[in-house]
Design a binder for this molecule. Sequence first.
Ligand SMILES: NC(=O)C1=CN([C@@H]2O[C@H](COP(=O)(O)OP(=O)(O)OC[C@H]3O[C@@H](n4cnc5c(N)ncnc54)[C@H](OP(=O)(O)O)[C@@H]3O)[C@@H](O)[C@H]2O)C=CC1
Ligand SMILES: O=C(CO)COP(=O)(O)O
Ligand SMILES: [Zn+2]
Length: 352
Amino acid sequence: MFDKSTWIRLPRNVVVGHGVLDDAAAAVEELRLHGDPLVVTSPTPAEVAGDRVVEGFSDAGFDPRVVRIEEATFAAVEAVIDVAASDDVGYLVGVGGGKVIDVAKMAGEDVGKGFVSVPTAASHDGIVSGRASIPEGDTRHSVAAEPPLAVVADTEILADAPWELTTAGCADIISNFTAVRDWELAHRLKNVEYHEYAGALSRMTAEMLVENADSIRPELEESAWIVTKALVSSGVAMSIAGSSRPASGAEHLISHQLDRIAPDPALHGHQVGVASIMTEYLHSGPKGQWQDIRDALASIDAPTTADELGIGDEVIIEALTTAHEIRDRYTILGDGMSEAAAREAANVTGVI
Ligand SMILES: NC(=O)C1=CN([C@@H]2O[C@H](COP(=O)(O)OP(=O)(O)OC[C@H]3O[C@@H](n4cnc5c(N)ncnc54)[C@H](OP(=O)(O)O)[C@@H]3O)[C@@H](O)[C@H]2O)C=CC1
Ligand SMILES: O=C(CO)COP(=O)(O)O
Ligand SMILES: [Zn+2]
């Protein structure tokens, strides 16, 4: 019996560029998959890309089926599975933001069919990774899933998406700095397995994004290029590690907790960015590099305060003091922060 948990599983075709949406069918044909595609999409992504992808598959001689979802719920996953289980469906194509991609990824995993990722927003590294997250009940973090067989990221579409989705993707990458720090800490303190290559790749990806911050501007297609390449690189780091450790530490625990307790959570990337400022402070103290993280976020227009996230100060404090309960993942939060320490961290860093 094979133990796939030790395999490094990566997408085979990663197609990034202007107008590549029209190459989606070709990128899949080249994989020599059997059967027809099931295109999973949602209202806005269907308009900006989904309908064109369906047309492209039809023109290439396939008989695509389509399921539109509204939310990332288990009911949506079930609705997709119902159609995906049919014999004539050979593989799934998720056209949309993280919500659609995760639903398609999870449904594909369930029916044992491959999945192709066609992101319409460069909003986080889940668009490339072998992780899927359906935020329902108490489980907010991602679970292992098959990575996409192919990724088709059209920079024209990504550059046209609302700017905050792109800044969220950037912030998700910037948070890799603290994720790797947490991973190293867990290795030293708890003997958690650490992969040098995955850690180095994840950190380098964040460094390169920050170095290119001046070129990340609204409506500039080059921004979509830079961010998408970083998301691919971060997804590869997770695949090498066989876990989300290279890109998810305490800052992600805090964001997952905000998703549970905030009345109106902000975008995933924005939450992890703001949380990262505070966890860097916990790692390196008042004179440490937390200001560099804050400045990097500010330079690409991402939020740096609770106010900018639209989340109340007390909710931030509650998330800081309870985030360690989210999952069994050792981080700088240890066995939990006291309320006084949480207030100090949030105040010193200007988050609240
Ligand atoms: N797998 C993983 O590792 C990770 C998964 N996630 C998951 O991803 C989800 C969040 O993903 P995210 O991308 O932020 O959010 P959504 O997929 O919800 O997209 C955000 C909004 O943007 C709209 N949209 C998408 N593309 C475009 C576009 N090109 N132009 C205009 N509007 C657009 C969507 O429309 P519409 O409502 O019509 O879809 C939606 O309203 C959550 O479910 C979260 O749990 C988060 C992080 C990591
Ligand atoms: O968002 C992720 C990495 O950026 C995935 O992390 P989680 O495993 O914490 O959901
Ligand atoms: Zn993330």
